[in-house]
Write a new protein. Structure first.
Length: 301
């Protein structure tokens, strides 16, 4: 059986639409359709019901899903073993292989480059690939095998097929341009409600919490602009257009240089950093090393 068909099947079962599956696998939508039809013909049973609300696995499809994931995991393990010589270099005993790590924009632009640089010095044969992804994309990547590890800025990860461990907490900071009326002083919700906020895209836990709070204030009509890039939000704030709430590590350099100034706003609870992997997928030695280094680095921050 062509394992590409199984990967397409698993991705479609998780994504719920042919369009999202094609985008995730970088395939034409027609290719996804052909692959699913081929798999259904080979297995002799329909795997999906095409509903107005989306694509839903049939009872046979649901039974197949866990088995397909197990096959893909076995294939990934086989490939990793073959490519890395059993994950060990016989000459020097150095761990080899590829490890795909997914994380949000804030961590990718702040803490993770240093972790990867350290791993390249200590494990030069370990290829750590960093992917800036949203929480939803990270979860999908863990399920389909495109990611080995994800770092999520989330209070909790409730998916039963994922194993999450809280490794740190990231402090949050309100910031504005130095010339902003609220820069460097205390401000309550009544003042913040009248400001423009430039925040991270929907799905970011701390941004979503801030927006919900602002929108829930009596008589408030907050002006909210969301960006997929933290750098874009930070740049708008530095230009004096409004405020933002970001992990302090992403603005420390700007605060030090005087391009941004902290605002003493209402208490913002630190956001947990969750190290997440798939509960049933093989966790290769290289991935274990990366996870240990991430844990150590974040604990020391």
């Amino acid at each position: 059986m062509d394992t590409r068909l199984l990967r397409t099947f698993v991705t479609l079962a998780r994504a719920g639409s042919f369009t999202a599956t094609a985008r995730a696998l970088h395939l034409a939508q027609s290719t996804v359709t052909v692959q699913i039809r081929t798999l259904e013909k080979e297995l002799g049973t329909p795997l999906f019901d095409r509903m107005p609300s989306g694509t839903v696995p049939t009872r046979a499809g649901l039974r197949l899903l866990e088995e397909a994931e197990a096959v893909l995991d076995a294939v990934a393990r086989l490939r990793a073993t073959a490519a890395a010589g059993g994950q060990r270099d016989m000459a020097g005993g150095t761990t080899e292989g590829q490890v795909a790590v997914g994380a949000g924009d804030s961590l990718c632009s702040s803490r993770l480059p240093g972790v990867i640089a350290s791993l390249r010095r200590t494990h030069p044969r370990l290829d750590v690939q960093l992917h800036a992804v949203s929480t939803a994309t990270a979860v999908d990547g863990l399920r389909t095998g495109r990611l080995d590890i994800a770092l999520l800025l989330e209070p909790e990860v409730g998916e039963s097929d994922l194993l999450a461990r809280r490794i740190a907490d990231e402090p949050l900071t309100y910031v504005a341009a130095p010339g902003h009326p609220l820069a460097g002083r205390a401000a309550g919700w009544d003042e913040l409600a009248g400001e423009c906020f430039f925040v991270h895209e929907e799905g970011c836990s701390y941004s979503d919490r801030l927006v919900r709070t602002l929108q829930g204030l009596p008589g408030a009509h907050p002006r909210i602009t969301r960006f997929g890039s933290i750098d874009a939000a930070r740049s708008c704030v530095a230009a004096g257009l409004g405020l933002t709430l970001l992990p302090r590590v992403t603005v420390e350099h700007h605060l030090h240089e005087g391009r941004l100034t902290a605002v003493d706003g209402p208490e913002a609870q630190p956001v947990p950093v969750q190290l997440v992997r798939h509960r049933r997928r093989w966790f290769a030695p290289g991935a274990q090393i990366v996870a240990e280094e991430l844990t150590r680095t974040f604990a020391a921050a």
